[in-house]
Design a binder for this molecule. Structure first.
Ligand SMILES: Nc1nc2c(ncn2[C@@H]2O[C@H](COP(=O)(O)OP(=O)(O)OP(=O)(O)O)[C@@H](O)[C@H]2O)c(=O)[nH]1
Ligand SMILES: [Mg+2]
Length: 318
């Protein structure tokens, strides 16, 4: 490993916050050497608990996450917040707003970092996973991951997190219908935020009903709680519920970590495989042939067969 990376890794393991930020940026940008740095950190990871917090835009995720972080820090957890915000690609202002709202409510030792881009390689969920791992190695004991409840990245948070809290708010119409069914299934705790606004009781009742219909009976039934994050109402109760759920999940942790590492291996391998296929000579040759003779139909069956024959037998010529 390069000297600078070595220095950064060492400093992160000695809880140097500036090194943490620098290393996180370099890994996010996939600067050469990032993988060795992550490998060096890996043995120091596995202790941190991860809570995913997801929900529709504007439901109060950042406000709630900030309050939760303060509450958890007050109970002795060493907390970090990861805010995953793809929309910030388009609006840098929202990102700043997020940071500020969170900073207001933290106690100074809560580390906050936003991920706004897909970085140089891989998806947002990979960037999130890397960052969580770095924070874990740093020694954070509890990491809150805020994701906007829309799209695949949010379902991915379920693979990363020990437990997931799904936020709902009054005033979004038929809420349960509006929520993607996938989101409904990943929630361990449903939080009806903005409980100070009319309609919160109805939302809670709708969710209870939907859960009653869907819950299969494996594992504890998801909880439905009410909060008014902006007024700091319900935060203690939610913190109790989250920590209880974490404790209940404790026996499965080793198995879940193994599963997560297997999935990650698959993802990394798939990326390399895709890259290799793209670069594969056979592909180029056939494309050349196709370009020369526009009437030949490119045959994906034949071509994909040829690629796999080539994998095992050498000369990649169909
Ligand atoms: N009335 C009321 N407003 C709230 C409550 N919690 C948050 N808000 C407000 O809702 C707005 C959105 O809050 P955020 O915390 O930024 O919501 P978010 O879900 O993080 O938003 P995005 O990250 O943009 O998706 C802000 O104006 C908050 O002040 C609450 O409990 N009651
Ligand atoms: Mg937010």
């Amino acid at each position: 490993m390069e000297r600078e990376w070595e220095r950064l890794v060492g400093a992160v393991l000695h809880r140097d916050v500036r090194a943490l930020s620098r290393l996180a940026s370099r890994v996010e940008d996939r600067m050469p050497g990032w993988q060795q740095a992550m490998q060096a950190l890996l043995p120091y990871t596995g202790a941190a608990r991860v809570i995913g917090i997801t929900g529709p835009p504007g439901s109060g995720k950042s406000t709630l996450t900030g309050r939760l972080a303060a509450c958890l820090a007050g109970r002795g957890w060493d907390v970090a917040i990861v805010a995953v915000d793809p929309s910030s690609l388009h609006s840098g202002g929202a990102l700043l707003g997020d940071r500020l709202r969170m900073a207001e409510s933290d106690r100074g030792d809560v580390y906050v970092r936003s991920l706004a881009s897909r970085g140089a390689g891989g998806g947002l969920s990979q960037a999130t996973r890397d960052l969580v791992r770095i924070l874990d190695a740093f020694g954070k004991t509890l990491i809150l991951v805020e994701t906007v409840g829309a799209g695949q990245d949010d379902l991915d948070v379920a693979h990363l997190a020990d437990i997931v809290a799904v936020l709902c708010v009054p005033g979004l119409g038929d809420h349960v219908q509006a929520m993607k069914s996938g989101i409904m299934e990943i929630g361990d705790i449903f939080v009806v935020n903005k409980a100070d606004v009319a309609g919160a009781d109805q939302v809670a009742a709708d969710i209870e009903q939907a859960l009653g219909l869907r819950h299969s009976g494996s594992g504890p039934r998801p909880l439905v709680l009410r909060t008014a994050a902006a007024r700091s109402l319900g935060i203690e109760e939610l913190t109790d519920a989250l920590t209880q759920r974490l404790a209940q999940r404790e026996p499965e942790r080793a198995a879940r970590r193994l599963h997560q590492l297997e999935m990650e291996t698959m993802e990394l391998a798939m990326q390399r495989l895709r890259q290799a296929l793209r670069e594969h000579l056979a592909c180029i040759r056939v494309r050349e042939r196709y370009a020369q003779d526009g009437t030949t139909l490119l045959d994906p069956y034949e071509l994909s067969d040829a690629l796999f024959r080539a994998e095992s037998k050498g000369p990649p010529v169909p």
